[in-house]
Write a protein that binds this ligand. Structure first.
Ligand code: GUN
Ligand code: ZN
Length: 427
């Protein structure tokens, strides 16, 4: 067992942040064979239970759950900051040409290492990630995650039409490859597989149907895609599926809305779509830096809360501009303020933080497993330095409440705040 004493942040089941200014975190071997949180709470009350356990004291530091990134693209780490007139030209001019390089296994392996090291440096301990359409890219990502002991979920992109040579796959082979990758990687240690149709325009009906059949055959496998991101994309879907009630309903018609299905963006939904998200248990990956960078629009937090569907935060790198959860949380705050419908909402800092930790875990169906530091959770945690920069030191010392402390970190924080990323090791 191991114990750390510092300020401690975690979340109650209803998402309320729980804070101990002088906290104790005890971790040890868990029944799943992965290190778990054994105890978490106030130092003075908990310490007497562990009289002979050496305690690492970290005065001035904050222990917090590792961040969960609900949607991003590992091959797009080098596409960050490629400007375009919106989503479709960005895909055509930068993203597809770049992703074609991942047919080369050695190239994919090199990028997978860079990508995962960057995630860890930014305090992200779990991600739901797109690879490319090349099965080699999934092997590269999964093997690199396995070497680091990460809980990572990823999948081979399905895109058998409206995609250039080099990234376009073949319908039947793409489904065979997906099933082999599920069998190879899903449930291996901490790894999970996600069936990954890129988006409706890039997938034939046969490919979407096959993806839906796999989703039914493997109910504990995840599913990830994009929906209702951009006006031109939505108009295109309307021409491809003229009889569909909405873009989201196309996925529904192929059996692609269910628990463990995570849809990036969900910006331009209507009330029927939002009810469908709730009824099916699908979740939205809110990707604010991407939506601002590509000019896609604003996720409607008020409408999402009224409908009651699950959501969490995501970087959507490389449409997104940063792997830093602090940057993503700040962008989500801007999106809430601007809103889709006026007046906007002022998202509380604890709620922003929850969306990137315990809330994102809940969206993945992994509440109580990751994204929190309650007893029984896997021990992925961060040691944060609230004095990482001179201005942060001033601001966080002036904080009179947890809200003020968390807001200072969200607005002024970045990778300099992350002094340690602890990954629950196998035991
Ligand atoms: N829609 C289809 N592919 C993509 C992608 O790579 N990024 C984003 N943001 N949207 C998409
Ligand atoms: Zn994306």
């Amino acid at each position: 067992m191991q114990a750390l004493r510092a300020a401690l942040l975690r979340f109650a089941t209803d998402g309320t942040p729980v804070y101990d200014a002088d906290g104790l975190l005890v971790i040890g071997p868990g029944p799943s064979g992965v290190q778990q949180v054994v105890d978490a709470g106030n130092y003075v009350s908990l310490a007497p239970r562990y009289p002979s356990l050496p305690i690492e004291h970290l005065p001035g530091r904050l222990l917090a759950p590792g961040f969960v990134d609900l949607h991003l693209h590992f091959p797009q780490i080098d596409v960050i900051g490629s400007p375009a007139e919106g989503l479709l030209p960005w895909l055509e001019n930068y993203t597809f040409p770049h992703e074609s390089r991942f047919a080369d296994a050695a190239y994919a392996q090199g990028v997978a290492d860079v990508f995962l090291d960057e995630l860890l440096r930014h305090g992200v301990t779990t991600a739901l990630a797109f690879a490319t359409s090349h099965p080699e890219s999934v092997d590269a990502l999964m093997a690199a995650a396995q070497r680091r002991g990460l809980r990572l979920i990823g999948g081979k992109v399905l895109q058998d039409r409206h995609s250039p040579d080099g990234v376009r796959d073949h319908t039947e082979q793409s489904l065979i490859d997906t099933e082999s990758l599920i069998r190879k990687w899903h449930g291996q240690g901490r790894l999970g597989y996600a069936i990954t149709p890129r988006f409706v325009p890039s997938c034939s009906d046969a490919q979407l149907r096959g993806a839906g059949e796999l989703a039914a055959r493997y109910p504990d496998v995840w599913l990830q895609s994009h929906v209702a991101e951009n006006a031109d994309e939505i108009a295109w879907v309307r021409t491809l599926h003229p009889r569909a009630r909405s873009y989201l309903s196309v996925y529904e018609s192929f059996g692609l809305l269910r628990e463990r299905a995570v849809y990036a963006h969900c910006i331009h939904l209507d009330e029927t779509d939002r009810a469908l998200m709730r009824e099916t248990g699908a979740a939205a990956a809110v990707s604010p830096t991407s939506n601002l960078f590509l000019g896609s629009g604003f996720f409607d937090y008020a409408a999402a809360d009224r409908a009651g569907f699950r959501y969490g935060l995501a970087s959507d790198v490389g449409g997104g501009t940063s792997l830093s959860p602090f940057h993503t949380m700040l962008a989500a705050y801007y999106v809430g303020r601007e809103g889709q419908t006026k007046p906007g909402v002022s998202l509380a800092p604890g709620h922003l933080w929850w969306q990137h930790t315990a809330g994102a875990a809940q969206a993945l169906g992994l509440a109580g497993v990751i994204g929190n530091l309650q007893p029984g959770c896997e021990a992925d945690f961060l040691v944060l330095d609230p004095q990482a920069t001179p201005l942060l030191a001033r601001k966080t010392q002036m904080a009179h409440s947890l809200d003020e402390l968390l807001f200072s970190l969200i607005v002024l924080g970045d990778d300099r705040v992350i002094t340690r990323t602890h990954i629950a090791s196998a035991c």
